[in-house]
Design a protein. Structure first.
Length: 236
């Protein structure tokens, strides 16, 4: 099977594979612990029974579905929809780090979670929780004891690793820190025999142009984040 099909519903392949211990499952459905990520995994041919299982796992919490859009049943409500462009890294990206990259980039851990959460709150790179760093390798740049930029791995499937949480404090932008960090994340992904990929909001033209400049290619513009919640009354 073409491994690129994992990217149609990456959360499905992540939670069934490398991230199985970061979530819970019921039948054909799974979700990450809320402290890790808001994402849930439904099979592409999700049935009414699968949606019921998702409801059992989610309770009254909202969850995010990531990938090819689903038809949401009437007894669920859609809280938000975000169209995303999915892009794949060029083969050499991150494999030739510069001296500046080696000197300034540090590996992060859960011990740095407070600093990571603070940076995420300041820059809004996407969902980030207390245990998000368990999803993969995270790297950051520290200056004068402050974490000023970071990036890491999010959805990780058997063959692919998503570059995510790419963010830099406004006071430190324009210095290429994001590119250095993305390269560090990519190098680690290649070392695990996984191809780096990423998602970017379809309206973020500036970011898309940057990634194209770095050699990333668009795989699809048809991915979507659907934030859904089961209706309290269970009716449409």
């Amino acid at each position: 099977m073409d491994s690129s099909t994992e990217l149609d519903h990456p959360a499905v392949h992540a939670l069934a594979g490398p991230h199985h211990d970061l979530g819970t499952a019921r039948g054909r459905v799974a979700r990450y612990r809320a402290s890790v990520a808001p994402f849930a995994a439904l099979p592409a041919d999700a049935s009414a029974a699968d949606w019921e299982d998702l409801g059992s796992l989610a309770g009254d919490e909202a969850v995010a579905l990531f990938g090819v859009p689903f038809d949401v049943p009437d007894n669920w409500e859609t809280l938000e929809e975000i169209d995303a462009v999915q892009m794949v890294a060029p083969r050499r990206f991150g494999l030739e780090p510069t001296d500046a990259t080696r000197d300034s980039v540090a590996r992060l851990s859960l011990d740095d979670s407070d600093a990571m959460l603070d940076l995420a709150e300041q820059t809004h790179p996407g969902p980030f929780a207390t245990e998000t760093a368990l999803m993969g390798a995270y790297y950051g740049v520290w200056e004068e004891g402050e974490l000023v930029a970071m990036a890491g791995e999010r959805l990780t499937t058997p063959s692919w690793a998503e570059i995510s949480a790419v963010c830099t404090r406004e006071s430190h932008r324009g210095r290429g820190l994001a590119t250095r960090l993305m390269a560090a994340v990519a190098a680690g992904s290649w070392a695990q025999d996984r191809t780096p990929f990423l998602h970017v909001v379809a309206t973020n033209v500036t970011a898309i142009q940057l990634y194209v400049h770095l050699g990333f290619t668009v795989r699809t513009g048809e991915n979507r984040v659907q934030v859904v919640r089961r209706r309290e009354d269970g009716r449409g």
